[in-house]
Every structure is written in structure tokens, then in C-alpha cells.
Design a protein around this ligand. Structure first.
Ligand code: G6P
Length: 467
């Protein structure tokens, strides 16, 4: 894979500032970099990623941005420029757009400050494209990842026509009606940038169709200056079963599992594992648990909900407010239902991978109810490590639904009552059905792993080279 260049905003290794001010390596709360990382270790591939924080920049200066068998190249845009591109455009505009998160009477506010941020986004994309152009071997296959880097494909096409570039979206793609909220020029630039790579990949046919839907509108095509329809493909990402199983067998996870058993005291266990993220729909999950206890009193005192959450994107006020609302709701529901021996909902906000793996190995029910999600790897990781014939309650709006629906219990994530009923059905299921569903889920997940996904990307890119 020495002719392969993977390009993503968040890289395979990141750092935080230690107590002595020196950079300390940290885990990655985001699924994408953590999932791709083991696939590239030892391959000699190049990975181009941003230095996202002061600790990352300092680590890069000290030569710590390295990993066995991966050539890591960091892009270090000016701090203020990067901040506007990442927070204002990538996270507060494009993420909201693709996940349909806008509260349209108020947001987005596309004013002069936003225009400046869009220019910063273009600059950061340019810095990535320049770095790839400088470091990519002759005729390399370049795999650009995600919405932070929508413009890189188009830029590389002119900088290095010898490269075969694909762009893969790990998010959904906005429906055409929502895309119309963006200023026409920016939407045109976005579509042209993506279409400028040899092919655009998505996790599901649904997101691929949304992207192509934008090109069905002649005015949009004119904004983008694109003739015809870009080449697209759909290849779902899966987890890394060998890495997950090794992790699940580690001492750290065994220790976390013991703590967990103490906490639940033999009660049934509903688990969720997410970033503290608006699209994950944590609040409606809590309301559904409330409704379950309210309308099915037999579960009172007999079930614990364990909500594990990684802090995320805390530079955005919406995310801080969301976290506060989640914490407040948990307190209120625990006051309402808790008894001296029973805490109904345990919320743990922190960056603790062993704790998450222990919870995934032990759940009776895994609740994955995003309002909209490109894939959702938790829905796929759970069935690989779970040892309790756990049932998956899964949103029909998650990309993972396309593959896992035969063995999951589906929910409309907006429908709290339906979610409560699904939790009840999952908790009440008899052992034969639980085992059958868990086996079927595992089989579905093992049929399309991260390694398969990577092979498919490399094949698409090789096809571009040939064609
Ligand atoms: C999603 C995105 C990734 C991103 C991750 C974590 O999975 O598709 O590109 O890395 O969230 O978000 P963060 O902003 O912390 O990198």
C-alpha cells in the first residue's frame, strides 16, 4: 500500500496536554479514525491529517506524530483559520446540513462572518490538497474522507492529474431541499469539489441518491459548473472484528466489566454508547426509558440504562447546551423513578474505551436511535463483542439499518412511544429469539468488515487509474 494516501481531518494519533504541559497521546472518540487506523498500521501507506490542537502541533514539532508503518504527514493551518473551518463550516454548517439538524427559523445564520469562515474552509482544503500533492507518490491512490475535505478532490484534479482520488462521506448527504439552504455559490463549490474527485462514495444507496439528487436540478448543476453526473458508489463501512475481540479480552475491559456488574447488581441492562452529539438523539432515548417505566411498571427496579457518552465538539454552544440538557434530564428521571437500591439511569460522560467495550459485551439491549446517521459503527461493534445475546434496537434513519434490519428491532427515532415499545419488546424477548437475532446480527456484521470496505475503496481507485 505504499502508493496509497488516506486523507482525513482527524488523524490516527492525537494528543492532549499533560499536567506538565507536554503532549500525551489520547484515544479518539470519533469512530472513523479509530476504525481505519488498524487497517493502515504496518502498510507503508501515507496518512495526511490536521494537527487539530496545540498539543497536536507541539507533538508534530517534537516528531511524535508517528506510528509503526504509517507515514503520517500533518497539515498545520493557521489556528484561527482552522478554527473557523472546523467549527463554523465543518461542524456547525455541513454536519448540520447533512444530518438535517437545523432549527430553520433561527439557524443557520449565513452572514459576513460565515462567508469568512467559508473562505477559511477553502483555505484549509487547499492546504490539505497542497500537502497531498507534495507527498503523494506518482500515480498514487488517494482516499479523501468526509465533509471537512469536500473541496480537496477538485483541487487535486488540477494539481496532480496523475492521482486517482476518491472522496468518501461518512455522514449522510443532505436531501436536495435542505442543501438549498446553503448560499448557492457555496453549494455549487461543494458539489463541484466532490464531483472533482474520480468517484464519490457513501455508506448506503440512500445517501448516494441524495447526492445525485442535487445534480438533478439544472440550476444546481450550473452553480457547480458540472456537466453530467459524477461517478458514485455505495460501500458500507464495518468494524474491525479482530481488533475488537482482542480489545474485549484485555485486562482493562475485564476490570471494567467487574465494576459494571457491581453497578447493575444483576438487573437487565440497556446500553447506549455515543459521542455527546445532537444527531444521536440521546434525549428521546431518555424520554423513551421514562415512558417505559411509566407505562410498563413491571420494569421498575429491574432494569438499568447505562448511557456512555464521549464529550464532543465542545467549542459549539449547541453541544454544551445539549450535554447540560441530557444531564438535567437524567437527574430528573432518576429523582422520579430511583429507589434507595436502584439508580435507573447511569450517565457517564468521559473518554473511556474499556468502559464502553465492557458495556457492549454485557448489554441485554443496545439502543442506537440517531435522528440521522451515515452508518453508526456502535450498532455493528456491539454484536461482535456482546456475550449476552443482546438485542439491537436500531433507528431506521441510521445507515446501518440498510444492512442490519433483518435482525434488529426498528424504530422511528422521532417516535418516543414507539421507542419505549421497542425497548419493552427487546427486554421481553424469549431466549430462543434473542439468540437467533444475535447470531444473525453477528453474521451480517462479519460479512462486511472495515477491511472489506478498504479493499472496495482501493478497487474503485484502481479502476479510476485503469479507466
Ligand atoms: C464522525 C465523522 C468523523 C469525525 C467523528 C468525530 O464520525 O464522520 O469524520 O472524525 O465524527 O468527530 P470529531 O469532530 O471529533 O473529529
Amino acid at each position: 500500500m505504499q502508493d496509497v494516501v488516506v486523507v482525513s481531518n482527524r488523524g490516527p494519533v492525537s494528543f492532549r496536554e499533560g499536567d506538565d504541559g507536554e503532549p500525551v497521546p489520547t484515544g479518539s472518540g470519533g469512530g472513523l479514525a479509530a476504525t481505519l487506523h488498524p487497517l493502515f498500521r504496518g502498510t507503508g501507506a501515507t496518512w495526511v491529517a490536521a494537527a487539530m490542537s496545540d498539543a497536536d502541533r507541539r507533538a508534530a514539532a517534537l516528531g511524535l506524530m508517528r506510528d509503526e508503518g504509517i507515514r503520517i504527514v500533518t497539515v498545520e493551518p493557521d489556528v484561527a483559520t482552522y478554527d473557523m473551518a472546523y467549527n463554523v463550516v465543518s461542524n456547525a454548517t455541513l454536519w448540520y446540513c447533512h444530518h438535517h439538524l437545523w432549527d430553520l427559523p433561527r439557524r443557520p445564520r449565513l452572514d459576513r462572518r460565515w462567508e469568512e469562515a467559508w473562505a477559511a474552509y477553502r483555505d484549509v482544503n487547499r492546504a490539505f490538497a497542497d500537502t497531498v500533492a507534495e507527498h503523494a507518490p506518482e500515480a498514487a491512490r488517494v482516499l479523501v474522507q468526509d465533509y471537512h475535505l469536500s473541496l480537496v478532490g477538485g483541487m487535486l484534479a488540477s494539481l496532480r492529474p496523475d492521482l486517482s482520488t476518491t472522496h468518501f462521506s461518512h455522514t449522510p448527504f443532505a436531501d436536495p431541499g435542505i442543501l438549498r439552504v446553503l448560499p448557492s455559490a457555496a453549494a455549487g463549490e461543494l458539489l463541484a469539489g466532490m464531483a472533482g474527485s474520480g468517484a464519490c462514495g457513501f455508506h448506503t444507496a440512500r445517501w448516494e441518491a441524495s447526492f445525485l439528487g442535487a445534480f438533478a436540478d439544472p440550476a444546481r448543476r450550473a452553480d457547480a459548473g458540472v456537466e453530467g453526473v459524477p461517478r458514485t458508489y455505495a460501500t458500507p463501512l464495518g468494524p474491525n472484528p479482530p481488533a475488537l475481540e482482542a480489545e474485549a479480552a484485555s485486562d482493562a475491559v475485564t476490570g471494567a466489566r467487574e465494576l459494571l456488574d457491581e453497578l447493575t447488581g444483576g438487573r437487565r441492562l440497556v446500553v447506549r454508547v455515543d459521542r455527546v452529539e445532537l444527531s444521536k438523539n440521546i434525549l428521546r432515548g431518555l424520554w423513551a426509558f421514562d415512558e417505559l417505566l411509566d407505562t410498563r411498571p413491571r420494569w421498575r427496579g429491574r432494569v438499568t440504562m447505562l448511557a456512555l457518552a464521549y464529550p464532543s465538539r465542545e467549542a459549539l454552544a449547541d453541544y454544551l447546551a445539549y450535554r447540560a440538557e441530557v444531564e438535567h434530564t437524567v437527574d430528573r428521571l432518576n429523582e422520579r423513578w430511583g429507589t434507595p437500591g436502584w439508580v435507573p439511569i447511569v450517565l457517564d460522560v468521559g473518554d473511556d474505551r474499556a468502559r464502553s467495550m465492557a458495556a457492549l459485551s454485557a448489554y441485554d439491549v443496545l439502543l442506537v436511535n440517531p435522528v440521522r446517521d451515515g452508518m453508526n459503527l456502535v450498532a455493528k461493534e456491539g454484536p461482535v463483542v456482546n456475550r449476552a445475546h443482546g438485542v439491537l434496537v436500531l433507528s431506521r434513519e441510521a445507515g446501518a439499518w440498510e444492512e442490519l434490519h433483518p435482525a434488529a428491532v426498528g424504530v422511528n427515532p422521532f417516535d418516543v412511544s414507539e421507542t419505549a415499545a421497542a425497548l419493552d419488546a427487546a427486554l421481553s424477548m424469549d431466549e430462543t429469539e434473542r439468540a437467533a437475532r444475535a447470531g444473525a446480527l453477528r453474521k451480517l456484521v462479519l460479512g462486511q468488515t472495515a477491511a472489506d470496505w478498504l479493499d472496495q475503496q482501493l478497487e474503485v481507485a484502481a479502476g479510476l487509474r485503469a479507466g
